[in-house]
Ligand binder design. Structure first.
Ligand SMILES: *[C@@H]1O[C@H](CO)[C@@H](O)[C@H](O)[C@H]1NC(C)=O
Length: 246
């Protein structure tokens, strides 16, 4: 019985604190000349709140980010090098913080700059073709350690009324990112030998930025889709007039 009471109090506390949106570190005024700095604080407290997931908004814990598949092709022809990465699990994105906000509240546009100290990725990997004069057909495990990840996210919303409150509907989202330092490699290669493994590791590390660039269009598309879904949930649950006031 005591336990039930404690649970009920706990639930009550959670529901009140989310319904009045204290999860934002306070509202921001449209009239405030430093509204972007206010939004920066508010968005960061929201990110902090959402890290562990928010079931009441249909938001799952943000770690890990899972990407089903990405592929790259370098060179053309039958011997061009191709690699496919599956079941990519990336961790560390929840440690990202927003470092800058630029908003245009007239047109409901926002540009956020984010920084993450470190992201790790693991994936299954298959490749074919020729790399550094070595036939690189086979598969194995991929690992990547990314330091100094910077991202820019732009989004535009459109206001609408629901139950007497103003909400934003997500109309457009774009993102881009860069990584300061990349270390990566492959291991546990099947049907392979030490020469191929060494060649692959040499190649991937000396060409890490090139490989990332090659992968970027697909990666950006996938991440933008995930982020749109995430942001859409948030915007549906938190009225716009809860974070911006006149
Ligand atoms: C986030 O950063 C902390 C402190 O550096 C670290 O201990 C933790 O492992 C990081 N979390 C993830 C998921 O990488």
């Amino acid at each position: 019985m005591e336990t039930l009471k404690v649970v009920l109090i706990f639930v009550a506390v959670i529901t009140t604190s989310t319904s009045n949106t204290n999860i934002f570190g306070g509202r921001c005024s449209r009239e405030d000349p430093n509204v972007d700095e206010c939004l920066l604080r508010s968005f960061n407290s929201l990110i902090d709140y959402l890290k562990r997931g928010a079931p009441e908004m249909g938001i799952e814990e943000s770690e890990p980010i899972v990407i089903d598949e990405l592929s790259i092709a370098l060179g053309s022809g039958p011997d061009g090098y191709r690699a496919t990465f599956k079941d990519i699990h990336a961790t560390g994105a929840s440690n990202m913080t927003i470092t800058n906000v630029r908003s245009d509240l007239e047109t409901h546009q926002f540009q956020l700059t984010l920084f993450g100290p470190h992201i790790s990725a693991r994936a299954r990997y298959r490749s074919s073709g020729i790399l550094l004069l070595v036939r690189a057909s086979g598969g194995g495990d991929y690992w990547g350690e990314y330091d100094g990840v910077k991202a820019k996210v732009y989004f535009r919303g459109e206001p609408y009324q629901r139950n007497g409150r103003t909400f934003l509907r997500l109309k457009q989202l774009k993102l881009d990112f860069s990584v300061r330092d990349i270390q990566m490699g492959v291991e546990n290669l099947q049907n392979s030998n030490a020469v191929l493994e060494a060649a692959l590791n040499l190649f991937t590390n000396t060409n890490a930025q090139e490989l990332l660039k090659e992968m970027k269009p697909e990666l950006k598309r996938d991440l933008a889709e995930k982020m749109s879904r995430y942001l859409d949930h948030i915007l549906q649950h938190i009225p716009y007039d809860d974070w911006i006031v006149d």
